[in-house]
Design a binder for this molecule. Structure first.
Ligand SMILES: [Zn+2]
Length: 437
């Protein structure tokens, strides 16, 4: 989609961009801080030969990174507070302290094989926005806050967007506190251990608006040849586990037409999901079977059981529902044909989260003023913004990544000028929302 691209913005024969009215962030400091933070939890990745980041939520590495980011927040003059799920907020007061603040942020935890940009760009970028406002001597009517949310990745405790879901009221605090990692440690214990079981209520004062700047983690921006994306929403996600039960039998003596082969039924399901995606019948459906196990898993035994996960994504809720129904009907037919019973288990389901069009318009106007072309895009990945969107008008700024936006690997990389452009747009949009004085 290139509906709002303005590749001619930088031309000098039209009205000049109002550069004198804009605020620009310190790109060198943003970059050097991104590179410094990357070293906390840094490791040498054997698969890529690159330096990666492993900074799972509430580990010692996360604690050290939190300490550094809080130090940077304080250096930027922010008043820092921590809530009961470990979300951290830094506040720059406005001239009207009773008005709801404008919030920006993201997360600083990573996956086990992460890169330097996922989440951190939005947090360190937000701190740079505050520093740019200070450097320009700008006061705002509304307070401006920088936030980072606990356990966005969900790698350690199994629930992604945890801190933002708790502050949005979707996940109760007690439930979140009781979640455990693989070793049995609870979120609550780990928050206490690293010193981030804060005193602030997890349900925070409702912001006026929230903007999250984040790397795209996909190829849409690169394909369009732009650094900036304005995110219109997050697509629906459906995770299901399907168990197919047939009957084990001798591989050599059991006639083909007398088998109840659970593995064969599973294979048909995998192929059908791919066909559904290619058919166009279900819009821009993406379906993946990422985990498939067979029992008894022996060379000479027809499998009696297959367990597979089905991950479906769709930017349209109605088409998602249609895809789920079609697949359920297909599985029932396959089961009847092969004498295999099917059991579905729901693992996760989120509907499409549309972002606020007003905030999108503010971001678009900011990009226009700065002369940065952009495209509008739906996010394929989940983000804290989809949780915060339940509480206040929300949208996101995407920044393009190299290598088709590959992420969750040490190959993740966004150019310094792409990062700088994205955070400049963030700054300009935040300034609009907070109302310059
Ligand atoms: Zn992220």
């Amino acid at each position: 989609m290139t509906d709002s691209s303005r590749p001619d913005n930088g031309r000098t024969d039209g009205p000049a961009p109002a550069t004198s009215l804009t605020v620009r962030i310190d790109r060198e400091r943003l970059w050097s801080n991104l590179m410094a933070l990357k070293e906390i939890g840094g490791y040498d990745d054997a698969a890529t030969g690159l330096r990666g980041v492993r900074r799972l939520a509430l580990t010692d590495e996360d604690a050290e990174a939190r300490g550094l980011v809080v130090e940077w927040m304080r250096e930027a003059g922010l008043a820092v507070r921590v809530d009961r799920i470990g979300n951290v907020y830094g506040r720059r007061e406005g001239t009207a302290p009773n008005l709801p603040c404008v919030l920006m942020g993201s997360h600083i935890d990573t996956v086990a094989t992460g890169g330097a940009f996922d989440g951190t760009l939005g947090v360190l970028g937000a701190i740079e926005v505050v520093r740019a406002l200070d450097a320009a001597g700008i006061r705002t009517r509304r307070a401006v806050e920088v936030g980072f949310f606990t356990e966005e990745e969900g790698v350690r405790f199994g629930t992604d967007m945890l801190g933002s879901a708790v502050t949005a009221g979707r996940i109760p605090l007690d439930h979140a506190h009781a979640l455990t990692d693989a070793a049995g440690a609870t979120v609550a214990d780990e928050l206490v251990r690293i010193g981030y079981h804060g005193p602030e209520p997890e349900i925070r004062p409702v912001p006026h608006a929230y903007i999250e700047c984040h790397i795209e983690q996909g190829p849409i921006l690169a394909d369009a040849g732009v650094d900036i994306g304005i995110v219109t929403g997050v697509q629906a996600i459906s995770w299901q586990r399907l168990t197919l039960d047939g009957a084990a039998a001798h591989a050599g003596t059991t006639p083909i037409d007398a088998r109840h082969d659970a593995g064969l039924a599973a294979a048909e399901v995998v192929v059908e999901i791919r066909r559904m995606c290619e058919s166009g019948e279900f819009g821009r459906l993406r379906g993946t079977v990422g985990n498939l196990t067979l029992d008894p898993a022996q060379t000479n035994v027809v499998p009696s059981r297959a367990v597979l996960t089905v991950d479906q994504r769709n930017p349209d809720d109605t088409l998602m529902t249609a895809a789920e129904k079609h697949l359920a009907d297909f599985v029932a037919t396959v089961g009847t044909r092969h004498g295999v019973t099917a059991t579905w288990e729901r693992m996760a389901k989120t509907n499409v989260v549309p972002f606020d069009t007003g905030v999108q318009d503010v971001i678009a106007a900011a990009a226009d003023r700065l002369g940065h072309p952009y495209v509008k895009a739906v996010s394929g990945a989940g983000h804290d913004a989809q949780e915060i969107a339940a509480t206040c008008p929300t949208a996101m700024v995407f920044v393009a990544g190299e290598h088709a936006g590959i992420s969750h690997t040490p190959r993740e990389y966004s150019r310094p000028d792409a990062c700088g452009n994205g955070v400049d747009v963030l700054a300009e949009a935040i300034l609009t929302l907070a109302e310059r004085l």
